[in-house]
Design a protein around this ligand. Structure first.
Ligand SMILES: C[S@@+](CC[C@H](N)C(=O)[O-])C[C@H]1O[C@@H](n2cnc3c(N)ncnc32)[C@H](O)[C@@H]1O
Length: 392
């Protein structure tokens, strides 16, 4: 890291970030106190000194997360895009309390997303650059989603850990998607965050999957249409139907889409009413939101829609979670999602597909540990059950 590792104080402890390493895809930050600093003088001998800095740094993680989200909201990274600015200048441009903003900037420098430069200025580091909305791999909305709505839900973590129930309903009184529907700004951030995280898979699927002979792709729970948009850009002969909740479709359909009238946003409840027009159905990162019975319901609704178009196929895309490195991800899913869902292993996905009457023809790897299962309705699955009323 240019200019040395950031150093700061957490509580009364001086903390130096001495090393950032990556093991198994997980980033580890090594921390240490000043050499020979006796952390608990008189109580413990030097050899027994506990790793206070690490524990305090971890416990203060919420401070850094919220600081990132506030900087993103204030568009500090965009203000720094053209080069370093002093904290006073940033306070003027972002209309902030100068001293409070200076403390926020100092916190972000400790976290490694900004660097202090001469004369009290700050500049963005490479890590901080992805907070800019105009960065090609921007994570601006993802950071806001994680450090705002998701972090709020973590207030109920004790409930999830003691009961296995979703903390979201306890904290907000409603499910995640009911909450988003009632809070348009949070929903906008959620949809934009999904789009940010979807881009690598969209590019891979658009460039790597054989769409020859396909006419219409239906994306089930397709959010703002990022995945479909990527596919339609690469394949001008295709049409797309993006199915999602009414408020999501309304927002996504408002601005003119680069795919023009080749893309349609269709508000529907995916558990009951999937449009029958497609010869390829895609469902990406939707199933893990729901308990098994609901996963089977949405897949059954897709199978019912597919019955109208012989030869149609379903592409199921989900991240495969590994016990060792994905525990925080799996825990977040339990906190957020009703029914205590915890994501999929490959074997678990194959069991689900069989239970819902699908046979995988192939399975392949996509970005971000996602796996693509290309499926057809199982010959032995028999007729598709009638739709059940919504919520039933
Ligand atoms: C985790 S997001 C995934 C979005 C997108 N497929 C992606 O991978 O980026 C789940 C999506 O399912 C949609 N969804 C949830 N419940 C739904 C329902 N009952 N009917 C239609 N869409 C729903 C959400 O609005 C959201 O866009």
């Amino acid at each position: 890291m240019p200019g040395g590792f950031p150093t700061g104080r957490v509580g009364s402890q001086r903390v130096e970030c001495s090393q950032v390493s990556t093991e198994g895809g997980v980033q580890h930050m090594e921390t240490r106190t000043e050499p020979n600093q006796a952390i608990v003088p008189g109580l413990l001998s030097e050899g027994e000194q506990p790793d206070f800095p690490r524990v305090l740094m971890l416990a203060a993680g919420g401070t850094i997360a919220r600081a990132l989200a506030v900087a993103a909201r204030l568009r500090i990274p965009e203000l720094l895009a053209a080069g370093p600015l002093s904290s006073g200048e940033l306070a003027k441009r972002a209309e902030c309390h100068p001293e409070a903003l200076d403390r926020l900037l100092g916190t972000l420098a400790l976290a490694g997303v900004l660097t202090r430069v001469a004369d009290g200025g700050y500049r963005l580091t490479d890590a901080g650059a992805v907070l800019r909305s105009d960065h090609p791999a921007s994570l601006r909305n993802t950071v806001m989603l994680l450090a705002e709505t998701y972090d709020d839900a973590f207030r109920g973590l004790l409930t999830t850990v003691t009961s296995g129930e979703s903390a979201f309903r306890e904290v907000f009184g409603v499910s995640l998607y009911e909450h988003l529907a009632a809070n348009p700004e949070e929903e906008r951030v959620f949809d934009a965050a999904m789009a940010e995280m979807c881009r690598p898979v969209a590019a891979e699927l658009a460039g790597g999957y054989d769409f020859s002979g396909v006419r219409t792709v239906v994306d089930v729970g397709g959010g703002d249409g990022t995945l479909l948009g990527g596919i339609l850009r690469e394949h001008p002969e295709l049409r797309g139907v993006c199915v999602d909740r009414p408020s999501v479709c309304e927002r996504a359909a408002a601005p003119p889409h680069p795919a023009g009238d080749r893309i349609v946003f269709r508000p529907a409840d995916i558990f009951t009413e999937i449009p029958a027009a497609g010869d390829r159905y895609v469902i990406k990162n939707v199933l893990h939101d729901w308990p098994t019975e609901w996963q089977v319901r949405v897949l059954t609704a897709i199978r019912r829609a597919m019955a109208a178009t012989p030869g149609s196929r379903l592409l199921v895309i989900e991240p495969m979670l590994e016990d060792e490195i994905d525990a925080p991800h799996a825990l977040t899913q339990m906190v957020l999602c009703e029914g205590g869902t915890r994501g999929f292993s490959e074997a678990g996905m194959r069991r689900l597909l069989a239970a819902a009457g699908f046979t995988p023809l192939s399975a392949g790897a996509l970005a971000g540990d996602h796996r693509l299962f290309e499926c057809v309705p199982s010959a032995e699955a028999g007729p598709v059950p009638e739709a059940r009323p919504a919520g039933g």
